[in-house]
Design a protein around this ligand. Structure first.
Ligand code: HPA
Length: 341
């Protein structure tokens, strides 16, 4: 197939994947239109080639990219390497990249590349492996490197690792990330306990055929971030003398940072911090019945709140600086989970 770098490329040529959805999607859309009329927000047609209100919707994933069969294959592939059964799962965000090496008694590591069909992280600073081991007495599985929607993976594919960790036995999911502070009282380097999230700007990871083996079609989201887990984290922060903010995390698709006008809009929506990862993971985990908690490292104040332009390097640098405290808080809180697991 020609691509736009070819010298005989003509921009009016239709090129699959660049100038339109793949033919099978067009065929799907044609069938939907025959059955339900032209696509619109009411008949679900917004999932098909016309874009949604915010952002650009990639084609919905095919069931074989995220369905129960693929999950079972991934579990089997891990089970060939270890029979370790974790009770808690931890996702490491920016800055916590070397947490596994410093804070876990490692039993086994499995590179994502060793798991057939597993989505790979392409982000700098994200390693790409599962680490199995112990934090205190608690058996954990840790994701060193996550998969993001902005890397081109549909939401349902980006959350495959979360579902996998649930199927391996984890009952609790501990999410960490770096995010931009929107709340005017926050400073770069602060930590924020996530009390709730807004995921409305990102395609829901449960779109598509429901995986009944994991959870119900319409899962409740009234208490995504578990009150008991939150109080354990608050108690740990208090004991360690770490100031812990609390607030609402809002996920956008990224990968561009926001504009000042977008940040003003998000503030009026009730967001305290903005990032590009965590909410869809929390949704998938709740769908699968896991108990969820999360902490954001506020790696920068959001766009327009300072005169500084934003860069990934700055986010990484601030997250790295905050890492020692972040590690103490996360490992301290997980070790305490032993008493409720
Ligand atoms: N915006 C979105 N995602 C982020 C930011 C931000 O300012 N900082 C770290 N992740």
């Amino acid at each position: 197939m020609k691509d736009h770098n070819d010298k005989d490329f003509r921009p009016d040529e239709k090129i699959e994947g660049i100038y339109g959805p793949p033919p099978e999607l067009i065929e799907d859309a044609r069938r939907m239109q025959t059955a339900y009329g032209p696509p619109n927000m009411m008949n679900g047609g917004f999932m098909m080639p016309c874009p949604p209100a915010f952002g650009v919707m990639p084609p919905p994933p095919k069931p074989e990219q995220y369905g129960i069969d693929m999950l079972r294959e991934c579990v089997a592939s891990i089970r060939m390497k270890t029979d370790f059964v974790p009770k808690a799962a931890l996702v490491l965000g920016s800055g916590l990249g070397d947490f596994a090496e410093t804070s876990i008694e490692i039993v086994k590591t499995v590179d994502y590349g060793e798991i057939e069909n597993f989505p790979r992280s392409t982000v700098e600073g994200h390693k790409g492996r599962f680490v199995f081991g112990y934090i205190g007495e608690v058996p954990v599985v840790v994701m060193q490197g996550r998969v993001h929607f902005y890397e081109g993976y549909p939401s349902a594919v980006a959350v495959l690792p979360i579902r996998l960790m649930s199927m391996l036995g984890a009952k609790v999911l501990f999410l960490t990330n770096a995010s931009g502070g929107i709340n005017a009282n926050f400073s770069a380097g602060d930590f924020m306990l996530i009390t709730d999230h807004i995921s409305s700007f990102v395609p829901n990871p449960l779109i598509g055929r429901n995986i009944d083996e994991l959870g119900t079609r319409f899962p409740d989201m009234s208490k995504v971030y578990d009150p008991e887990l939150r109080s354990i984290i608050l108690e740990t922060a208090d004991e360690l003398g770490i100031k812990l903010r609390q607030g609402v995390y809002l996920q956008l698709t990224g990968p561009s940072f926001e504009t000042p006008a977008e940040i003003r809009m998000l503030r009026t929506f009730g967001a305290d911090a903005v990032g590009m990862s965590t909410a869809i993971e929390a949704i998938a985990a709740r769908h699968a019945g896991m108990r969820v908690c999360g902490i954001s490292c506020i790696s920068n104040l959001a766009c327009g709140m300072t005169d500084q332009p934003l860069s990934h390097a700055e986010v990484q640098e601030c997250a790295d600086k905050a890492a020692p405290k972040f590690k103490a808080l996360v490992s301290g809180a997980i070790a305490k989970l032993g008493k409720i697991l």
